[in-house]
Design a protein. Structure first.
Length: 210
């Protein structure tokens, strides 16, 4: 999933959580809410046609509905995004306020045009290549991690198991292309190289790591 359901899960890509991890003493409200919702749903004769599910649809976003369905079926939930703090730190390291303002303005315009066409899945401006480091950090590198986690989960699972990716509509077409071409590997290698170069730059000859 693109969103974590516990604080610990959101600290590392690939972290796994299930309802077995629901510990009342840890105060993980969202995990408990989703697990309790899935347990209530199991009491219904026809879950997807029930009033309870209708209530969930009215009150939860699409991502949480899929999480409830996952827990209903006894599935594990894998955090498939880059930890938010890592993304923030990378943006701070590679961009200025002007860079961020320019990128957010461009993104807002693209989102508006996609909306007029019917949504992100009908976007005409989808590319897994960008010269903008800000866009690479904010979108492409995160989406490459999403693709990587989907591949990893599929390889670990049995042939009869299904892996479901849960992400915002804006990510779908790029993640699809990354999976089809395998370019997510190249994107993650570029990310690792940039982080390595940044670490070397910060290392002083006489004073060690600043």
């Amino acid at each position: 999933g693109e969103s974590s359901v516990t604080n610990v899960q959101g600290q590392k890509s690939g972290s796994l959580v299930s309802c077995a991890d629901d510990d009342p003493g840890r105060g993980e409200f969202l995990l408990r809410l989703l697990c309790q919702s899935s347990e209530q749903l199991k009491l219904e004769d026809n879950p997807l046609q029930s009033k309870l599910w209708e209530t969930f649809v009215q009150n939860y976003n699409g991502e949480f509905l899929v999480y409830i369905a996952a827990f209903f079926n006894g599935a594990d939930l894998i955090y498939g995004d880059v930890p938010k703090m890592e993304t923030f730190q990378q943006l701070e390291a590679v961009s200025t306020i002007l860079d961020l303002d320019r990128e957010f303005g461009r993104r807002a315009r693209a989102n508006y045009l996609d909306f007029l066409r019917g949504g992100h899945i009908f976007s005409e401006n989808v590319s897994v290549h960008s010269e903008s480091t800000v866009e690479q950090v904010m979108f492409l590198e995160r989406e490459a991690v999403m693709a990587q986690e989907l591949v990893t989960a599929a390889l670990k699972g049995r042939p009869d198991e299904v892996v479901v990716g849960v992400m915002g509509a804006e990510h779908l077409l790029r993640v699809q292309e990354m999976l089809q071409t395998g370019c997510w590997k190249e994107i993650l290698q570029r990310k690792q190289q940039r982080q390595h170069n940044a670490a070397v730059t910060e290392r002083g000859a006489d004073y060690g790591l600043k």
